[in-house]
Design a protein. Structure first.
Length: 336
């Protein structure tokens, strides 16, 4: 699953503002330019909100993880890398700590995002961009109501990214975006061994600030442009065990971004098959996400889990602006 939404949820509209500046549309900073695809937002991750995992987007599934898989405490490190045929490279890293509390599980997460500086298809020749780089912190809690029902909540106290645009060695624009307030709530229901279902509602208030330099505007002093936006994400998912160890999984996701110059709705459909290869949890998942193929897997031996995910075409909504991309994650988790 490993493609973390927290930091990268605001990446695309931040980049879009800077790219629009490069196109000299100084009065119409349009966050929809690159859409809401994001780097890793809907690429190689398996966002199955109905299955309990340590890295799930659904906080309620953390409680189910303790109930059904007897998870107690542990550590997880993820490293992701994306390359774009006509754009910068992006590296992501995630550190998770999880530990038990009464009738539940708490997860503390730190996300990091770093981009190189390079030319991009959407920019004039010689102009380079550094895609947003920054970090975020998350606090997640999953709680067992009873053996079938679990609920969860996530708070994000810190989330900030920065970016810049240059023409050779001359700075054209730089900016930052931060989450002013963000929460996420989830529910997980598993009536029997065959069926499980999950749902997530996420709400976020964002703020951005872009400073346009005289080299970009032709004016004698820099110009600062600020905007406020709101994201609402709704996800409904289910998993069905067609035979022992074989799960059909699927999600429908609704993403809405609103602000002073934007009102975008995005529907994402995910589906796939997860095959468990051992009682310990070794598995492989193959599926389709955002019209792109991906594969991911976990190898479990004792208290250690090794995993990977890969997509040869990870961010199709961005191809018009920074070219075709590929990428994925590797991770290690230790339970103790």
């Amino acid at each position: 699953m490993h493609q973390r939404r927290t930091v990268v949820a605001i990446v695309v509209w931040m980049v879009a503002g800077v790219v629009t500046v490069a196109r000299a549309q100084l009065d119409e900073l349009d966050p929809t330019l690159l859409g809401m695809g994001g780097f890793g937002v809907w690429g190689t991750e398996t966002p199955a909100v109905a299955l309990p995992t340590t890295f799930t987007f659904n906080p309620a599934a953390l409680g189910a993880l303790r109930t059904f898989l007897k998870a107690t405490r542990g550590f997880e490190l993820d490293i992701g890398h994306y390359t774009f045929r006509e754009g910068p490279e992006v590296t992501l890293n995630v550190v998770n700590f999880f530990f038990p509390v009464k009738n539940g599980l708490v997860r503390l997460s730190r996300f990091g995002l770093h981009s190189s500086t390079a030319e991009a298809r959407a920019l004039p020749v010689g102009v380079t961009a550094r895609l947003p780089s920054g970090n975020a912190l998350e606090i997640s809690y999953g709680y067992q109501l009873n053996p079938q029902w679990h609920v969860g909540l996530v708070l994000v106290p810190i989330e900030k990214v920065r970016t810049l645009l240059k023409d050779g060695d001359v700075l054209l624009a730089h900016g930052e975006a931060k989450s002013r307030f963000q929460w996420r709530a989830g529910v997980h229901y598993q009536p029997n061994e065959q069926w499980s279902a999950g749902a997530v509602l996420a709400w976020e208030r964002l703020g951005s600030r872009v400073e346009l330099q005289p080299a970009a505007t032709g004016l004698p002093v820099p110009i600062e442009v600020t905007r406020k936006y709101r994201n609402i994400i709704t996800i409904i998912g289910a998993a069905y065990q067609v035979r022992r160890g074989t799960f059909l999984i699927g999600n429908w996701e609704k993403y809405r971004l609103t602000g002073p110059n934007i009102n975008e709705d995005l529907d994402i459909l995910y589906y796939g098959v997860t095959q468990f290869l051992s009682e310990a949890g070794t598995s492989i998942t193959i599926g389709s996400l955002q019209r792109g193929f991906f594969v991911s897997g976990n190898y479990v031996r004792g208290k250690v889990t090794l995993g990977f995910s890969y997509s040869p075409r990870a961010n199709r909504r961005l191809e018009e602006f920074i070219g075709r991309s590929k990428g994925g994650y590797v991770w290690v988790a230790i339970n103790y």
